[in-house]
Design a protein around this ligand. Structure first.
Ligand code: SF4
Length: 381
C-alpha cells in the first residue's frame, strides 16, 4: 500500500515513492540512475545513529550501489551547472538593464509560494530549473547519447531533503521530449527506510566515489544545501567572470549563519552589488513586499522556504526545531566545501566538457531549451 504524509513546508500531500523505485530497480529494461542532493549527505547518518552533521558521502554512494542503481551520480554536479546558468543570467540582466533583483529559483517550496502569493512578480525569479531537474534532463539527453541508451529506458531517481521536490518533479513544465526530467523523488528519510529494508548498515560501509561524469562537483555546489550557499556559489563565479581576476577569498561569511535575513555588499569592479538572503517564507515575504513597492535596493536575493535551507528540509531526519542539529549539519556542509579540490562551479572539469561537447554557451539556445523553465500564475491560497 502507499503511505501518505503531509508536508510541513508546502502543505502538500506526499506519496511514498519507495515501491516505484524498487519496481524500477527490478525491471530488466530500465537503466536506473540516482542523484543525491547536497544536504542529504550531512543528515542521512542520523538515521543510523551518527551525530548530526556527520558527512557520509562515500558511505551513501556505496549504499546506493548496493541497492542496485546502475549509476550513482550527484545533484552537486547539476548545482554547478545551475550556477553557470544563473550567474550568466544575473550578469546578463545587470549589463542589459534587465529586471533586478534576480531571485534564486532552486527551491520548489518557494517557487510555489510566489506563484500563489506574488504572481505579479513572475518575471523576477531566475528562469533556471532547479539542480535535480537540470540533472534529469542532462541524464536523458547528453548522457543518454554518450552512452547510447534510449532515454525512454532511463529512470532518474532524486534523493532529496525535501517534500516539495516530489510535487516539482511532476510539474508539466519540467519535461523534455514528452519525458519528465525526474521520475521519482525519495526523501532522506525514505532512503534511510529503504536501506533498512535491504539490511544495509550504512555506517559500517567503506567509502566509495560517485560515478563519472555526472558525479563530479565543486565546493560551490555543496553549499547549496544551506541557507546563503546558492548566492555564495553564484558570487564565486560572477565575481571572476565580471572582473577577470581570481577570487582568492572564496568564503562570504556575511551570507552564512541563521539570521532570518542576511545582507552583504560586494564590490565588483566599481559597482556595489547588494545581496540578500532569506530563509523561511515569513522572511521572504518581507523582501518581496519591498520589491512590489519598488523599495528594494538589492541586485540578487536567495530564498529558501525551510529555516536553515535544505539542511532543515521537510524530508530530512526529524530535528524537532532543534537549531543545534541544523548548526551541525551546516558545519558538515562547509567542511565538505573546504575538502574539495575545486571550489568554484566554473572550474568543474565535467561541466566545462558538457558545454564544449553539447550545450555550447551558458545561457545559449541549447541551454535555454533544456535548463530553463517558466512560472505559472496560480490562485491565491
Ligand atoms: Fe525543499 Fe526546503 Fe530546500 Fe526548499 S528549502 S528546496 S522546500 S528542502
Amino acid at each position: 500500500g502507499q503511505c501518505v504524509s503531509v508536508c510541513p513546508t508546502a502543505a502538500l500531500t506526499v506519496v511514498n515513492d519507495i515501491p516505484n523505485v524498487w519496481e524500477a530497480l527490478n525491471a530488466k529494461d530500465k537503466f536506473v540512475i540516482v542523484q543525491t542532493a547536497p544536504a542529504v549527505r550531512v543528515a542521512l547518518g542520523e538515521k543510523f545513529g551518527a551525530e548530526p552533521g556527520t558527512v557520509v558521502t562515500g558511505k551513501m554512494v556505496a549504499a546506493l550501489r548496493m541497492l542496485g542503481f546502475d549509476k550513482v551520480f550527484d545533484t552537486d554536479f547539476a548545482a554547478d551547472l545551475t550556477i553557470m546558468e544563473e550567474a550568466t543570467e544575473f550578469i546578463h540582466r545587470l549589463q542589459h538593464g534587465g529586471r533586478l533583483p534576480i531571485l534564486t529559483s532552486c527551491c520548489p517550496g518557494w517557487v510555489k509560494f510566489f506563484e500563489h502569493q506574488f504572481n505579479d512578480l513572475l518575471d523576477i525569479p531566475s528562469t533556471c530549473k532547479s539542480p535535480h531537474e537540470m540533472f534529469g534532463v542532462i541524464a536523458k539527453t547528453y548522457y543518454a547519447e554518450k552512452m547510447g541508451i534510449d532515454p525512454k529506458n532511463i529512470f532518474v531517481v532524486s534523493i532529496m531533503p525535501c517534500l516539495a521536490k516530489k510535487y516539482e518533479a511532476a510539474r508539466p513544465e519540467l519535461k523534455h521530449d514528452d519525458m519528465q526530467d525526474v521520475d521519482a523523488v525519495l526523501t532522506t528519510r525514505e532512503l534511510g527506510d529503504m536501506l533498512r529494508e535491504a539490511n544495509i548498515d550504512l555506517m559500517n560501509l567503506r567509502d566509495e566515489e560517485f560515478d563519472e561524469p555526472l558525479g563530479e562537483s565543486t565546493g560551490a555546489s555543496v553549499i547549496f544545501g544551506t541557507t546563503g550557499g546558492v548566492i555564495e556559489a553564484a558570487l564565486r563565479t560572477a565575481y571572476e567572470w565580471l572582473t577577470n581576476e581570481t577570487l582568492e577569498k572564496v568564503e562570504f561569511h556575511e551570507l552564512r549563519g541563521f539570521d532570518g535575513i542576511k545582507e552583504a555588499v560586494i564590490k565588483i569592479n566599481d559597482q556595489d552589488i547588494n545581496i540578500a538572503v532569506a530563509h523561511g517564507l515569513g522572511n521572504a515575504r518581507k523582501l518581496l513586499e519591498d520589491i512590489r513597492a519598488g523599495k528594494s535596493h538589492y541586485h540578487a536575493i536567495e530564498i529558501m522556504a525551510c529555516p536553515g535551507g535544505c539542511i532543515g528540509g521537510g524530508g530530512q531526519p526529524y530535528h524537532f526545531g532543534n537549531f543545534d542539529v541544523l548548526k551541525k549539519r551546516m558545519e558538515g556542509i562547509y567542511k565538505e566545501d573546504q575538502s574539495k579540490k575545486f571550489r568554484k562551479s566554473h572550474e568543474n572539469p565535467a561541466i566545462k566538457k558538457l558545454y564544449e561537447e553539447y550545450l555550447g554557451e551558458p545561457y545559449g539556445e541549447k541551454a535555454h531549451e533544456l535548463l530553463h523553465t517558466y512560472y505559472v500564475k496560480r490562485k491565491k491560497m
